[in-house]
Write a protein that binds this ligand. Structure first.
Ligand code: HEC
Length: 199
């Protein structure tokens, strides 16, 4: 618990120290994108079971606005894929970025990093896949910092890699990774555990 909180605080500090005014992630969605986001949001809500819907409705206006912006800023909303499937696709792109940086392939790194920044959104949105007790304003308030770490860094990584600045890209790769790590520490825990083993 302490370790997780520490990771989140460090991440928030790193994001603040990088400056939150960079153009990569502060782009306000266009009016059309916002409308698409709103439609997606409504559709997601209509698919939720009452337990998570109640929790979603109780979120603060700031978090709702943030989730709306995420839905608006992402162009690919899947009708079928689960969050784990989306994550596995992100992992494949993440590995592609790592390989490309290591082999001085700025074009491949930039493409794969942009796919991470515009990763698919799972069927029903993210909330139904989180542990129910984590769907509250306090726990979700860490999301903007994580989004900045992953998607902001992915966009800066792409820009650096395209210019042939592979050292800069490698640095952003580190910040992006800290976003994966922090979010997993906060929302996921160890994957694949079984109740059929003694503690
Ligand atoms: C918004 C928070 C968040 C961010 C950011 C995030 N993940 Fe995840 N990830 C999750 C959650 C939650 C799960 C478990 C989902 C489930 O079990 O339904 C998960 C699961 C996964 C899985 C499936 C296997 C496992 O370990 O559970 C992979 C692979 C994965 N993430 C990779 C990544 C990579 C790579 C990044 C960074 C590029 C990343 N994730 C960023 C929240 C996040």
């Amino acid at each position: 618990m302490m370790k997780k909180q520490w990771i989140v605080i460090c991440l928030a500090a790193a994001v603040v120290s990088l400056g939150v005014t960079g153009p990569a992630w502060s782009q306000a969605p266009s009016k059309e994108a916002m409308q698409r986001g709103m439609q997606a949001q409504q559709k997601n809500m209509s698919m939720m079971t009452p337990d998570v819907l109640e929790k979603a409705n109780a979120l603060s206006p700031e978090i709702k606005q943030f989730l709306l912006k995420v839905a608006a800023n992402h162009s690919r909303h899947s009708e079928t894929l689960t969050m784990v499937q989306v994550m596995q696709e992100m992992l494949a792109d993440y590995q592609a970025v790592g390989a490309a940086i290591a082999t001085d392939n700025g074009e491949q790194a930039a493409d794969a990093a942009r796919r991470i920044a515009d990763h698919r959104l799972p069927r029903g949105g993210m909330l139904p896949y989180l542990p129910l007790e984590k769907v509250n304003t306090k726990d979700l308030s860490v999301l903007p910092a994580m989004e900045m770490a992953v998607e902001g860094s992915a966009k800066r990584l792409a820009a650096a890699a395209e210019k042939g600045d592979m050292a800069g890209a490698a640095e952003q790769f580190g910040t992006m990774t800290s976003g994966c790590v922090a979010c997993h520490a906060h929302f996921r825990g160890q994957p694949g555990t079984t109740p059929r083993l003694k503690k």
